[in-house]
Write a protein that binds this ligand. Structure first.
Ligand code: 6PG
Length: 232
């Protein structure tokens, strides 16, 4: 279990550009790659670049896109992570006649426990080459929220609850995330500095992101100066 590699860059634009570079690097291995996409505005900035100026830098037919988490809403809902990835990446690629090799969304429109069970069945045998994550100001990542009972649960995919939001979510478990070859976390903004410091330097359980520590793979956290301001 290696320590996280921390990359501190000037601003959010630089963070998005670096995430794109790493995404392209993972996809340049000349074989099928399995990638779990993150929700959130920080990852979204990278998706826009991948669907736009960098759309030609990935052999999309060799990518299988999954999701690290999802809101319990239909795929057409503006809250849906799938819809966000579709709008930012999949549709712009399609407009250029480009399709991902495979897209497997979490079925947010179903009963959460049923959706989690169905997704677990689909990804149980998948080893992710890349899991993209963001982090909220409270240190949550994917839909692993502070204080949620599911943090301790093992398995592949779970229905959980965002306690402060009072809504159900679907999420990959720590087990599944930590089995990835590379976990790439993008974090920007001063409001995340305290939680990022806990995620990097705190004890296990300090915040949910602290317990993302790939067992065999690598963890890279790319952040801007504001988010890194509390790192030693
Ligand atoms: C979600 C994500 C969540 C997100 C973080 C960061 O569904 O919103 O899974 O974990 O990545 O909250 O979001 P921002 O980048 O928008 O701050």
């Amino acid at each position: 279990m290696t320590a996280p590699e921390i990359i501190v860059l000037e601003d959010a634009a630089a963070v998005a550009a670096d995430a794109v570079r790493r995404f392209i690097q993972v996809c340049s291995r000349g074989e099928r790659v399995n990638i779990a996409m993150a929700g959130g505005s920080t990852p979204k900035a990278a998706y826009h670049l991948l669907g736009g100026p960098h759309s030609g830098d990935v052999h999309w037919g060799r990518t299988a896109l999954y999701f690290g988490d999802e809101r319990c809403v239909p795929p057409t809902d503006e809250q849906s992570n799938y819809r966000m990835v579709k709008d930012a990446l999949l549709d712009p690629l399609l407009a250029k006649g480009i399709k991902a090799g495979h897209v497997e969304r979490m079925e947010g429109e179903l009963d959460p426990d049923e959706a989690a069970s169905r997704y677990a069945g689909k990804v149980e045998a998948v080893t992710f080459d890349l899991v993209m994550l963001g982090m909220g100001p409270d240190g949550h990542t994917a839909s692993l929220f502070p204080g949620a009972a599911e943090l301790a649960k093992h398995g592949v995919a779970l229905a959980t609850e965002a306690p402060h939001l009072g809504v159900r979510r679907l999420t990959l478990t720590y087990d599944k995330i930590n089995a990835a070859r590379l976990v790439l976390v993008t974090v920007t903004g001063a409001e995340k500095a305290e939680s990022l410091a806990k995620a990097v330097n705190g004890p296990p359980g300090a915040v949910p992101l602290r317990d993302v520590r790939p067992t065999q793979g690598n963890l890279v956290i790319v952040c801007d100066r504001q988010a890194a301001s509390r790192l030693a």
